[in-house]
Design a protein around this ligand. Structure first.
Ligand SMILES: [Zn+2]
Length: 430
């Protein structure tokens, strides 16, 4: 007897074009069989999971998170981060380099991977710094880090102000065929801003960050991709103008991909009205018109993926004057229900929703996962799309609780998360 049979579910595999009733048998870490309902009844599995009413999908892959270790263990550790990730249905997460020390060398990359192996929950894909120390001056040890396991490079958290450095990164990364992930922000336009620049920032008396702050850099970096033939992935797209720039570039065949976060697809700058530090993030929440443009971009494929930008912060860094609060929110555990709202609103079909949470991010990072085809790695999420739950501080697995969705009632949750054929998370019984 071996393996797990998941039966009676609606199996959604974008890569195979399946959205239908199927039973799944996983064994020895890989998908052994995908069969019509009942066809696996004779299999002597170690375990059977009844999935009637549930979706069975490839585990989610997050293109963008901050696990905070090394250096900021009071916010999150690799272990608490991946516990939060698997609770949200993620089987793999790519973590940004703005740790302390910065992940700009193979020693730090290896340290993160060691921590991930000890935690043994979600797969962790380190993203290497683009520049040494995130200082924006000279390239980090990209080749050495690639050999140690990085999947992309980025100075995320900070923009690359020097266009010639960005050019060299795009050129150099062509050798490894890995993407350069773009935190698109013009430093001059950003300076001192803490929310979207517009009527709400005026009313609240807070210094704004104009949409142009992002769009100028998206436009610049698309030009640099055209110059170099490199691969650019635009992180956390937040404005209508950026969506238009990426759409236009894709039409011209430029190698650019893009992500949007669940919070930018859900909230607007009005969420800042109560000066709630948990509504402060970078890029900032923007207007309803921008949110609509992100949804349209997601629907037509301009925005390839949904990424969390999971950014844990201690309570003391948030419960202060809005101007001084840290940027960012936790995101692993609310990403699925917020994405399912897009399905309910018919922005995405169910299969497209899974594609944007799993298949596309895996493709962009060039990592395993994102499909349930026979022979492939058994990274699986079983989703109850109807389960209602309240977002509460006590319920969140992340070490930090900085979410603007505290107090919200969510619909949809991961009831089982399986990594390499091993159940690493089980939710409350339905
Ligand atoms: Zn960023």
């Amino acid at each position: 007897m071996s393996g797990i049979v998941i039966e009676g579910g609606r199996l959604i595999d974008p890569a195979a074009g399946i959205d239908d009733a199927r039973d799944l048998w996983i064994d020895a870490g890989v998908v052994r069989a995908v069969e019509a309902p009942g066809a696996l009844r004779g299999v002597e599995a170690e375990r059977r999971i009844a999935a009637a009413g549930a979706w069975v999908a490839p585990g989610f892959v997050d293109l963008h998170c901050h696990l905070r270790e090394p250096g900021y263990e009071y916010k999150e550790t690799v272990a608490t981060g991946v516990a939060s990730a698997v609770a949200g249905g993620f089987t793999g997460v790519a973590c940004m380099a703005n740790t302390n020390p910065v992940n700009d060398s193979s020693a730090v990359t290896r340290f993160i991977l060691e921590r991930a192996a000890q935690a043994n929950l979600a797969r962790v894909y380190p993203i290497g710094a683009l520049s040494h120390g995130l200082k924006g001056e000279r390239l980090a040890e990209i080749g050495e880090m690639r050999a140690a396991g990085i999947v992309a490079v980025s100075d995320d958290g900070k923009p690359v102000a020097d266009a010639s450095l960005m050019r060299r990164a795009l050129e150099y990364c062509r050798m490894f065929d890995i993407p350069v992930i773009d935190h698109a922000e013009d430093p001059g336009l950003f300076a001192g801003g803490c929310m979207h620049e517009g009527r709400t920032s005026l009313r609240l008396g807070l210094k704004g960050i104009p949409s142009a702050c992002e769009e100028i850099m998206v436009a610049r970096d698309i030009r640099l991709v055209e110059l170099t033939g490199g691969r650019l992935h635009v992180a956390h797209v937040s404005t209508r103008g950026s969506v238009d720039l990426v759409r236009d570039a894709k039409r011209r065949g430029v190698r650019v991909t893009a992500e949007a976060t669940p919070h930018h697809l859900t909230l607007t700058d009005e969420a800042v009205a109560q000066y709630d530090g948990n509504a402060k993030m970078n890029p900032p929440l923007r207007l309803d018109d921008d949110r609509e443009a992100l949804c349209a971009g997601l629907a037509d494929g301009t925005i390839d993926a949904i990424a969390t930008d999971h950014a844990p912060h201690h309570r003391d860094e948030k419960a202060i004057e809005f101007e001084h609060a840290a940027f960012g929110i936790v995101g692993f555990e609310t990403a699925l229900p917020l994405s399912l709202r897009l399905v309910e609103r018919r922005v995405l079909s169910a299969i497209e929703c899974i594609r944007r949470l799993s298949t596309r991010p895996a493709e962009i990072l060039g990592v395993d996962g994102g499909t349930l085809q026979v022979g492939r790695t058994a990274d699986v999420v079983v989703i109850d799309p109807h389960a209602e739950w309240g977002v509460e501080i006590a319920g969140l697995r992340s070490k930090s609780k900085n979410s603007p969705f505290l107090g919200w009632t969510m619909k949809g949750r991961a009831v089982a998360t399986i990594v390499g054929g091993r159940v690493v998370h089980e939710g409350v019984a339905r």
